[in-house]
Design a protein around this ligand. Structure first.
Ligand SMILES: *Cc1c(COP(=O)(O)O)cnc(C)c1O
Length: 403
């Protein structure tokens, strides 16, 4: 069976994790802090906070910005549930917007959804392809849009406009205008979950990139404190002689990264540009080379003038199929011992969101993408031979089902 995306666990990872275990320091400590500095350097920002998942990191940011009941947050309809769930956790309203044929939020449709209650927008770099950040920034900075913004907390007052929090769960190492993503909008949050391009088993990181008058170091300290119950000293600081006493300044979260996880991340990061990304790119190119021959194959867009994907998900579409046919094709592919997936079932089709009254027919592009999408396996040890096996399975299955 060809799996979908197994992690790359080798002797280097095991040695580094063993080192963390043997050091006697297993929670947040020197390895986490080093990992944060290296990510900051890679992403062209001065401060990064490592956390235990994208979900907790992004929710922490909504809390920091004071998002609560009565507020609205705009998200794309085509994403993993986490993007919307964190808004629900804060008691705010999820405003869904349709996507374009690149799977990213349709920026031209955002403005009509902005009201005086809109506090944040969470775009998603689906599959690893960055959204057009400059177009989104232009909207939140329009005088008439800033006019509508109604600040209710100090941080909202200080920013003076809608906050942009990029869901970059897929796009670590993707490029926007020549730079690795991380310094485009107010906050960029990565996921290091086991299936993601760079993994720490579970984990995430927040790139802080707020405009003046915010001070990045100060915001880092606030978020760091909030990630540890609002406790003003972390475990490492408390081990300093005579430093036992601490205070709690807020009812914070508990979402710090541990040194065991950071040690996996340090190895992964060290070989990311030299091994991981080139390998993933070559897999994407090979799939497209083999599939572009077929009239029914719509291969994903992964590079253009301003953007380059991180090659996270190979989002293949099959032209002119019904949902039933797409599902049959997937069954046929699995029968040939190849694992595939679908990214994503639009949010309004999930029972919870459907139950809240969201209706998928209001999002025709997302609906049509979902009906014909099949994600192919992409992982480090996928060989050229494996790629042929996958493509062969896809081609035979499509022909069998479509005739
Ligand atoms: C994986 C993923 C998340 C959640 O990441 P966790 O680290 O598991 O919390 C959020 N958004 C998208 C688009 C994802 O794919």
């Amino acid at each position: 069976m060809i799996p979908f995306s197994p992690p790359r666990i080798d002797d280097k990872i095991i040695a580094e994790v063993t080192d963390a275990l043997k050091s006697g320091w297993i929670t947040t400590g020197p390895k986490t802090k080093l990992f944060e500095k290296k990510i900051a350097n890679y992403c062209n920002v001065s401060n990064v906070l490592a956390v235990n998942s994208w979900t907790t990191g992004a929710e922490l940011l909504l809390y920091w910005f004071g998002i609560k009941e009565g507020d609205e947050v705009i998200v794309p309809v085509y994403t993993y549930c986490a993007t919307a769930n964190i808004v629900m956790h804060r008691g705010a309203k999820v405003i869904m917007v349709d996507v374009n044929s690149d799977f990213g939020i349709d920026i031209s449709k955002i403005e009509k959804h902005i009201t005086s209650k809109t506090k944040a927008i969470i775009p998603v770099d689906v599959g690893g392809l960055p959204i057009q950040f400059d177009d989104l920034k232009a909207i939140v900075n329009k005088p008439e849009i800033k006019e509508k913004f109604t600040p209710q907390t100090d941080n909202q007052e200080k920013l003076g406009r809608i906050m942009i929090l990029s869901d970059a769960a897929h796009s670590f190492g993707a490029k926007y205008k020549g730079l690795n993503v991380g310094s485009e909008v107010d906050f960029t949050v990565f996921s290091f979950h086991a299936v993601k391009n760079l993994t720490t088993a579970e984990g995430g990181a927040i790139c802080i990139n707020l405009p003046k008058p915010f001070n990045s170091e100060e915001v880092y300290k606030q978020l760091n404190t909030l990630s540890l119950h609002g406790q003003n000293k972390d475990a490492l600081a408390k081990t300093q002689k005579g430093s036992w006493e601490y205070d709690v300044v807020d009812a914070g979260f508990k979402c710090n990264m541990t040194d065991i996880l950071a040690s996996i991340g340090l190895v992964e990061l060290g070989r990311y540009e030299s091994e991981t990304l080139p390998k993933r790119k070559s897999i994407f190119k090979e799939y497209s080379y083999l599939l572009d021959k077929y009239e029914w194959a719509v291969t994903p867009h992964f590079i253009d003038q301003y953007r380059e994907s991180s090659y996270h998900l190979y989002l293949l579409r099959i032209k002119d199929v019904t949902l039933e046919q797409r599902n049959l094709i997937i069954q046929e592919i699995f029968d040939k011992d190849v694992s595939v997936n679908v990214h994503y079932k639009p949010l309004p089709m999930l029972s919870y969101y459907k139950g809240l009254g969201y209706e998928v027919n209001n999002f025709p592009v997302a609906k049509s993408l979902w009906e014909c999408e099949i994600s192919l396996p992409v992982y480090y040890s996928l060989s050229k031979e494996n790629i042929s096996t996958v493509v062969d399975a896809v081609v035979k299955s499509v022909i069998k089902v479509k005739g």
